[in-house]
Design a protein around this ligand. Structure first.
Ligand SMILES: [Mg+2]
Length: 103
């Protein structure tokens, strides 16, 4: 399968900076997204663009986390299978109607 530009970039980043550094950066970016979303939603400050920027950072880092998980031994089909299960779970919650998604 041909690798996409994103996949090549994510692999290059993990090659260049290593797993511990990229996991630490993921955590940092998650915190930045949390802060930007909280500022916008709970305080009515910040901007949609600021949240979108932090979302892009997190998506880039979660893409690198997929590379890392595969390098540590997780198969692509298992990764996709787990994602499909979680989407099925969400679909089930929506069909049940109104159950708290955090349960
Ligand atoms: Mg950021």
């Amino acid at each position: 399968m041909t690798k996409t530009r994103e996949e090549k970039l994510f692999e290059s980043a993990v090659d260049k900076w290593g797993i511990p550094s990229q996991v630490a950066l993921l955590l940092e970016e998650l915190a930045e997204l949390q802060a930007a979303a909280a500022r916008l939603v709970f305080r009515g400050r910040g901007t949609l663009q600021a949240v979108a920027l932090e979302l892009a950072d997190v998506q880039i880092m979660t893409g690198q986390l997929e590379v890392i998980l595969k390098r540590l031994g997780l198969e692509e089909r298992e990764l996709q299978g787990i994602r499909a299960l979680r989407l099925d779970h969400l679909e089930g919650l929506l069909k049940e109607g109104g159950k708290d998604p955090h349960d």
